[in-house]
Design a protein around this ligand. Structure first.
Ligand SMILES: [Zn+2]
Length: 241
């Protein structure tokens, strides 16, 4: 009996010192990194500099864990959404008719050109929306291009200008982020790049995120266009028919 109690005591003590040790290691490393940042002079002087240094460390650690989280290759600019294809927020807008003119940026990576072409073809085949390729940027409603941005944890984005009175899009710029999609480390397959392009084109049509088996799933690029997505586009453009 005595030996059992002694063993339990020993175990509790061991676990306690382990937890305590870990806490101190983390606290000291944090203080050390903040100190290094502060004394490098990049974060400013005084108490403001210290707090800015501390903030930088917290942001970096947070970003690190988001990037290496369960959905490694996804990303969202907003931390609360976790890792998603993008941090798209609902615009409530659409085009006047179920059609739009698109222009492919000739300067972008060929992988993206091919992915966009496949994605455009997939959407066109649904019959719910028609993308029409044009040869000059001026006549296009939608510009399809790329970006190289490590500061956002988004695989792509769809930036829209909307007429707030009519809730109609004026112009949309879709960007695929080569920092993630063309980075070997993130291991994006061709299909997932195409899915990402289909997802961003979905936003360019006027679709929002959902958490179903859908091309518009926010933690995405696992699905291509599904029946529910085609139905969502039909619903969105019902009045224009
Ligand atoms: Zn999205």
């Amino acid at each position: 009996m005595r030996t059992i109690i002694a063993m339990i005591r020993f175990l509790i003590r061991a676990i306690w010192s382990l937890v305590w040790g870990l806490f101190w290691t983390l606290a000291l490393s944090f203080a050390l990194v903040v100190g290094v940042l502060f004394f490098s002079g990049k974060t400013g002087s005084g108490i403001d500099g210290v707090s800015r240094a501390a903030q930088t460390v917290v942001t970096q650690v947070d970003a690190y864990f988001h990037r290496t989280g369960p959905m490694l290759s996804q990303g969202s600019p907003s931390a609360q959404e976790g890792l998603a294809t993008d941090g798209h927020t609902s615009t409530g807008a659409r085009w006047d008719q179920a059609t739009a003119k698109v222009y492919l940026d000739p300067a972008m990576d060929e992988t993206f050109t091919l992915a966009y072409e496949e994605a455009l073809e997939s959407w066109n085949q649904t019959g719910a929306f028609t993308f029409q390729l044009v040869t000059s940027e001026e006549e296009a409603d939608i510009l399809l291009t790329e970006m190289d941005d490590s500061t956002v944890s988004a695989a792509g984005e769809a930036e829209s200008q909307t007429n707030v009175l009519t809730h109609r899009f004026k112009r949309v710029i879709v960007r695929l982020n080569r920092y993630y999609l063309l980075n070997k480390q993130y291991n994006y397959s061709h299909q997932r790049i195409v899915n990402t392009a289909e997802h961003e084109l979905g936003h360019a049509i006027g679709l929002d995120h959902n958490e179903e088996e859908s091309v518009m799933q926010s933690a995405g690029s696992f699905y291509s266009i599904q029946a529910r997505d085609i139905e969502a586009v039909r619903q969105l453009y019902k009045e224009s028919e």
